[in-house]
Design a protein around this ligand. Structure first.
Ligand code: NAD
Length: 347
C-alpha cells in the first residue's frame, strides 16, 4: 500500500496545522533542500506544449528519495470553469524503486510556490519591506499574500487584476487575514511606492505586466506568472536594470523572463545565496528580480513536508497502487479468481 493524501485530506491538514504555520515550515523545508543542492539529481522539466497550454513532468532525486510532479498550465481553463494549474505527485524509495507516497498537488503547489516566493524575498528584498503589490488575483494570489505576511512581515497589499470579479474574490478571501488590502485601478497604481511586486498573471503570451518606468529603485520583483516559452510578464529593460536570481539556470533560460535575453545573460542561482556561495542584493537601491518558474526540488520538499504532516496528524490513508504478490515472480497469480486480492468486478 502507498500512503496517500487527497484533496479533502490536505484541506483537513491545513485546518489542523493552520495555513501560515504550513507556509513557514514549507519555506524551511525548501531552504534545507536548497542548501544541499549539489546532492540532487537535477534536470529541466519535460514539457508537452499544445496551443492552449502545457503538461509537464518534474523529477528530482537526492539518491534516497525520488519525486515527480505532474502539472499543467492552461490559462484559458478558467473561462470554462476549470483551473489554470492542477497537479499531483509521488515520492519513491530509490533503493527499491517503489512509490511510497502519493498526493494531490494543486493546493500543495500553491503553498509551495508562495513559500518559495517568500523565501526568495526574505533573501533578496530590503529587510524593512512591509508593502507589496500583487498583479493577477487568481488561484495563487491569496497564498502569495499570506506567505509574504507570515515570512516577511508584509502588512499591506495593493492588488490588481484585469477581471474585477477576481479582485472581489481576493478582497473577500483576505478580509480576515490581518493584511490591509487595497484594490488598485491598474497595475501602475498598484506598484506605486511598494517595496515588493509579485506578478502572478496567466496568459500564454509575451505580456508586459510591468514596464521599466513603473519600477523604482530598491524594489524586489517576484515574477511568478512567466513560466513557459512565449509566456513572460516583464519588459526586458527591467531585467537589464536589475539583478536576476533563478532556480535552475538551464530551465529558466527556456521558460523564465530571461528567455527574452541573450543566452549568456548573467544570473545568480538562488541556492548559491542560501548556501552563502553568492551575494544576494548588493545595495538598498538595487532592483532584485526572482525569475520564478517553479523547480522540482521545491516539489520534493513539499511532498516531504506533506508526508510528515500526514504522519504527525495520524492520517492513516493509503491506496493499493502497487501490485504485491506473495511470490514476487507470480504476478500472474494475482489474476486468479481465488487470489486474496481478487474483488468482485464493480466492487
Ligand atoms: P489563474 O488563472 O487562477 O489566475 C490568473 C489571474 O491573472 C486571473 O485572475 C486573470 O484575470 C489575471 N490576469 C491575466 N492577465 C492579466 C493582466 N494583464 N493584468 C492583471 N491581471 C491579469 O492562474 P493561477 O493559478 O493563479 O496562476 C497564475 C500564473 O502563475 C500562471 O501563469 C501559472 O502558470 C503561474 N504559476 C507559476 C508557478 C511558479 O512556480 N513559478 C507556480 C504556479 C503557477
Amino acid at each position: 500500500m502507498v500512503e496517500f493524501v487527497g484533496v479533502s485530506d490536505i484541506v483537513a491538514l491545513v485546518g489542523r496545522f493552520g495555513v501560515e504555520a504550513i507556509l513557514t515550515e514549507m519555506a524551511d523545508y525548501i531552504e534545507a533542500d536548497y542548501r544541499r543542492w549539489p546532492e540532487f539529481e537535477k534536470t529541466p522539466r519535460l514539457a508537452s506544449h499544445s496551443s492552449d497550454g502545457v503538461i509537464e513532468l518534474m523529477p528530482a532525486s537526492d539518491g534516497k528519495l525520488f519525486s515527480f510532479k505532474y502539472v499543467n498550465g492552461h490559462p484559458k481553463n478558467t473561462a470554462v470553469g476549470l483551473q489554470t494549474v492542477t497537479a499531483f505527485g509521488v515520492l519513491s524509495d530509490v533503493d527499491t524503486g517503489y512509490p511510497v507516497f502519493m498526493s494531490e498537488m494543486t493546493l500543495l503547489t500553491a503553498l509551495r510556490t508562495a513559500a518559495m516566493s517568500a523565501l526568495a524575498a526574505k533573501l533578496l528584498a530590503r529587510p524593512e519591506s512591509r508593502t507589496m503589490a500583487i498583479i493577477g488575483l487568481g488561484a495563487q494570489s491569496e497564498f502569495q499574500a499570506l506567505a509574504f505576511k507570515t515570512i516577511l512581515g508584509i502588512k499591506a497589499v495593493k492588488a490588481f487584476d484585469t477581471d474585477p470579479a477576481a479582485a472581489r474574490k481576493f478582497a473577500a478571501n483576505m478580509a480576515e487575514s490581518g493584511i490591509e488590502v487595497e484594490i488598485a485601478a491598474d497595475a501602475a497604481s498598484a506598484v506605486l511606492g511598494v517595496d515588493i511586486v509579485t506578478t502572478v498573471t496567466a496568459d500564454k503570451a509575451k505580456a508586459t505586466i510591468l514596464s521599466d518606468n513603473m519600477i523604482g529603485a530598491g524594489i524586489h520583483i517576484n515574477a511568478v506568472g512567466g513560466d513557459c516559452p512565449g509566456k513572460t510578464e516583464l519588459q526586458a529593460d527591467i531585467l537589464m536594470r536589475g539583478k536576476v536570481f533563478v532556480e535552475l539556470t538551464e530551465q529558466t533560460r527556456i521558460e523564465g523572463e530571461i528567455q527574452q535575453m541573450p543566452a549568456d545573460f548573467p544570473v545568480t542561482e538562488l541556492w548559491e545565496v542560501i548556501a552563502g556561495a553568492a551575494e544576494g542584493r548588493n545595495s538598498s537601491d538595487q532592483i532584485t528580480i526572482f525569475d520564478s518558474v517553479g523547480f522540482a526540488i521545491e516539489d520534493f520538499s513539499a511532498l516531504r513536508l506533506l508526508r510528515d504532516l500526514a504522519r504527525r496528524a495520524g492520517l492513516d490513508r493509503s491506496i493499493d497502487l502497487v501490485a504485491n504478490p506473495a511470490d514476487p515472480r507470480d504476478l500472474f497469480g494475482l489474476l486468479r479468481a481465488d487470489a486474496p486480492e481478487a474483488l468482485p468486478v464493480g466492487a
